[in-house]
Design a protein around this ligand. Structure first.
Ligand code: F6P
Length: 377
């Protein structure tokens, strides 16, 4: 009988711990007597038949390495740029999957990847996914690979910003990744003791933020740290975005949907440079100097923490167990110390946002953190 052949790919933005998961799944598969093949650069590798040999040797020494040895990309199977044209590559991908004699595919990815995977399952591929994203916004899993490392990096950055903000009596705004979910800014803001935390889930009024900073000044503390998620929105902008999203959902025809989509894109573009504008507004309202530090891709780079290595190894090994049991169309979720198989159909198209009454938020409010949503006292 021929050996079970398993492909492994990483898709979407990279996150620390991907290599640990490739190693976890790869070694577990080899141990179970399977053959493994690495697919390069996400779904593009399947469309263009780009593979990498994976064996005991190539899996050795990658546990602690950042990024992904397989390469990654944000290509969508149903709309992929090929020689200057956008093409639906689903049937090519299904053909290549068969050509490679794959029995199953392990896809490591976040929200976008799960939507793409669902389309490939419909095209007949046997897929198991592993959640990874520094944004921590994949539903039905406690956490995703990369979040812990990014949290650590962002917290360390806030720690370092404290001493310089204090020395110069300045407001320092740390912009932290997270367009739609604020987990990273929230977690790092709390762990780093930020005075203000602004996240997409809680629209803010800059006057409330300025009032909190002025109150600190009155008590003799003339510096403040603001942790702001990329996607944090002032109340008026947030209301506009919510209205357009509603229009898009209720659109009666394709034209209405297209117009709503175009308006959302415009709003997104108008949001660029938001953190710098916030700094200027706070300077005017508090008469303190303000500086901005955009943490950017540093948050996604480098060595994964021990927690991410552990998570990646657990999820990688669990993905192979699902393949052995023939349980396809499933994501391996982390639940406490255990793992659980959840249908990819229940994950795709959903986002795990921070609930406004989440314990992290109530704890932060209890220690006096301002979220900019009310004037405070
Ligand atoms: O990985 C998720 C994320 O880090 C978001 O927080 C960020 O906005 C986005 O990816 C940007 O990534 P890229 O520039 O690679 O598309």
């Amino acid at each position: 009988m021929s050996k079970t052949r398993v492909g492994i790919l990483t898709a979407g933005g990279d996150s620390p711990g991907l290599n640990a998961a490739i190693r976890g799944a790869g070694k577990a598969a080899l141990d179970a007597g399977m053959e493994i093949v690495g697919i390069r650069d996400g779904f593009r590798g399947l469309a263009e038949n780009l593979t990498i040999k994976l064996d005991k040797r190539s899996l050795a020494g990658i546990l602690t390495v950042g990024g992904t040895v397989l390469g990654t990309g944000r290509d969508k199977p149903q709309a992929m740029e090929m020689n200057g044209r956008i093409r639906d590559m689903r049937s090519t991908i299904a053909r290549n999957y068969r050509k490679l004699k794959l029995d199953a595919l392990v896809c490591l990815g976040g929200g976008g990847t799960h939507k793409n995977v669902l389309r490939l399952i419909e095209a007949g591929l046997n897929i198991v996914t592993i959640p990874k994203t520094i944004d921590n916004d994949v539903v039905l899993t406690d956490t995703a690979i990369g979040f812990d490392t990014a949290l650590d990096i962002a917290t360390t950055a806030i720690d370092r910003l404290h001493s310089t903000a204090h020395s110069h009596h300045r407001i320092i705004i740390a912009e932290i990744m997270g367009h739609r979910a604020g987990w990273l800014a929230l977690g790092a803001g709390i762990a780093g003791g930020a005075d203000v935390i602004l996240i997409p889930e809680i629209p803010y009024d800059v006057h409330n933020v300025a009032a909190a900073i002025r109150r600190r000044k009155q008590y003799g503390t003339n510096f403040s740290i603001v942790a702001v998620a990329e996607g944090a929105l002032p109340m008026r902008e947030a209301a506009r975005v919510a209205a357009v999203v509603r229009h898009k959902k209720q659109a009666k025809n394709k034209t209405e949907k297209r117009l709503a989509k175009a308006e959302l894109l415009q709003l997104q573009e108008a949001h660029a440079g938001h953190t710098l504008r916030l700094a200027r507004q706070l300077e005017a309202l508090t008469h303190l100097e303000a500086r901005v530090t955009i943490l950017g891709y540093v948050q996604r780079g480098g060595t994964p923490t021990s927690a991410d290595r552990l998570l990646a190894t657990r999820l990688g090994a669990a993905a192979v167990r699902l393949i052995q049991q023939g349980q396809f169309g499933m994501m391996v979720a982390s639940r406490g110390d255990d793992t659980r198989a959840v249908p990819i159909a229940d994950v795709a198209g959903r986002l795990k946002l921070v609930p406004p009454d989440h314990s992290w938020i109530t704890s932060a409010r209890s220690v006096g953190t301002c979220f900019g949503d009310h004037p405070g006292t």
